[in-house]
Structure formats: C-alpha cells, structure tokens
Write a protein that binds this ligand. Sequence first.
Ligand code: F3S
Length: 385
Amino acid sequence: MLAGKEGRATQKCMEILVALGRIYGAKRLVKVSSVQVSGVSYKNLGDAGIEFLSELAEDGKARVKSTLNPAGMSLSDWQSQGIRSSFASKQLEVIDAYRRLGLEITCTCTPYLAGNEPRFADHIAWSESSAVVFANSVLGARTNREGGPSALAASLTGRTPLYGYHLDENRIATLAVDVDAELKSAEDFSAMGYFIGEVAKTGVPYFRGIKHARTEDLKTLSAALASSGGVAMFHIEGLTPEAGIGAGKTESVLFTPRELRETTARLNDEGTPDFVSVGCPHCSLAELASIAKLLRGRRVTREFWVCCSREVKRQSDEAGYSKAIERSGAKFATDTCMVVAPIEDLGYRVVATNSAKACHYLRNSGLRVRFMSLERCVMGATKRG
Ligand code: F3S
C-alpha cells in the first residue's frame, strides 16, 4: 500500500498511518474491525476538507465497516432547521464524497446504538471522542482518540498503528474516583464526567461507589469526560468489563454533592434560553420514550431539537414515540446536533441542554448555555395545551 500498488488514496492513507505510528512508537499496524469518522460538518471541514475528501474519493474505498459522525444539518429536512442553501449545498458535497468512499451515511455520534457495535477486545479506529470513551470503557473494544483523517485512513486501509489504548498497559487506571454523591439522573453523570475530565486530563479514571448505571448514564459520562479533559477510557468498579484491571496505587479524588452542585452551577450562564436541545450524545430509544411521555399534552413555545440517529428515529417511529414528539412541535434533528449545526448563525443566543459536553462546545462557539435536566429542558421548551 505504501508503495502505491493499491492506488493513490490508499498510499496517501498509509503514509498518514505510518507517520502516526512513528510518532507514537508503534511496532506495527493492526487490522481494525470498524471505523467511525468525525469531521463531517461543513462548519468544521470548510472547502479544504471537501477538496481532501474528493481527492481520496477518486480511487479510495472503505475496506471495513465505516460509519460517520453527525453532519451540520439534517440531510433530509435542513430547510425546516433554517439552514441556508449555500451551507446545505456544501454539506451535501461532503456527504457525497463520503458516499463515494464507501462509508455508511449514518451521521451519528452513537454508532453503537445504530448498528456499529464492536465486540470485546476488537481493535477499531473511532474518532468521535464520546464514542471512543464508550467503546473502550463500556464495550471493551480498543481505540485511540483518532482524528478525522487518521480514522478515514484506517477505513481505506483496514489498519491502524498499534499503540496507546490498543495495548493492555495503557488501559490501566491512573486516578481513583470515590463517588460519595447520589447520581440520580444522566445529567448528574454528565456533571460528574465534566468535573473528573478536568482532573484526570488524559488519564484513565477508576470510579468507585457507583452501584448502577444505565447505557444513557454511561454515554453522557463518556461525552463529558472527553470534553473537559482528554480522557479516552474509564472503569467503574463492578460494572465495566475491564474494571478488574484495578485502580492500583493511583492518586484518588473525592466526588461529593458539593462538586456536583458546583459543576452544575458553573455550566449555567445568564439569560433566558431561545433554543432548547437534547440528545448529546444522540438519544437512545429509551430517552425518546421519556421525551414522548414528558411532551404529552404540551406545545412547543421555542425552537426545540431532539437529536438522534436516523436508525434510532426509525425505531421510535415503529414504537409510536416519534408521532407523540412531533405532535408537540418539537423537531427531530437526525444526522446532526446543536453543536455541529451552525446554530449561532441562525440567530440563537442562549441554549438550554442536558449535556455538559454540549455546554462546553456551545460556549466555544460564542453562545450562552443553561445546563438542566431532561425534564426541565422539555418543560422550558413547551407549555401545556
Ligand atoms: Fe454528538 Fe454533537 Fe454531542 S456530535 S456527542 S450530539 S456535540
């Protein structure tokens, strides 16, 4: 591949992987069973990104199951989101290039809820940071926090350099976290992840004292850990598959109701929300069921996006939740989310959301944020009637 015998795109991809492997001291490459590629929104890619993808698409093709992160708009319903046609046509060019490259146009950050679920110990190359943490920690698959280009290079070659989280020794906990707070909701897990991400930085936290956690709690914990810090993996004693590796002689930190309260407060700016969005990371079917229930008998009074993958939306259609959600005036934001869509250009200023990760990145885009529970998001976006 490196010699160019399998085409120019493959050669270019192999050059990227070999360079990465050299930088990180990888002894060899390893085959991957799946890839997840970020860098899909035109907001982040720009014209240079389109050029890069189009060039690869001339003779490159995915060799393993490869799925995509959210785009900058809903691919089928961008008009109702207020997206400008100048942005939409560029976004569709990006998608077209990925389609020619043979990637599945899933456009979700929760591929593990939409048909791309690696098995324990699988080597994979994923680049959405929340999905990376979930895959390493909850599924026991092995991936580094890939960038968009290195994940795409893995897709087109079927390989990734063997270093970092692919190796046992780097999956051992570096920081013990004693949880002495009652975590009552996914939002509490999100706030805790945000706090611990800052402390752990690029380390591996080992949580003690958590008795129970749902998939929804773990997905939002994963997202928050990866946004305030560079975490790629965590363990929860008694719950996650590699927790048996143990905390060893690590430093420890205490998470109490005080840290929970203070982190929640820190994620709240001044102002009344003019935009409400839930589903960061993309909603599960169970979350859509809860939203449908909360919306019963209510009408939307401000822009309200429910972000999820097309696959989970399809399941929700079958289960009857979608109708109940749309009847209220709430909009499904499939293929996209409040962070990667250009909502700051649509005139919104204050966003309410139940995700610490979304708060973090929305602030970076110059928006003010309000971090609140799913229930308060729904109540704040609607009124009875
Ligand atoms: Fe997913 Fe967007 Fe959040 S990509 S993790 S919903 S910032």
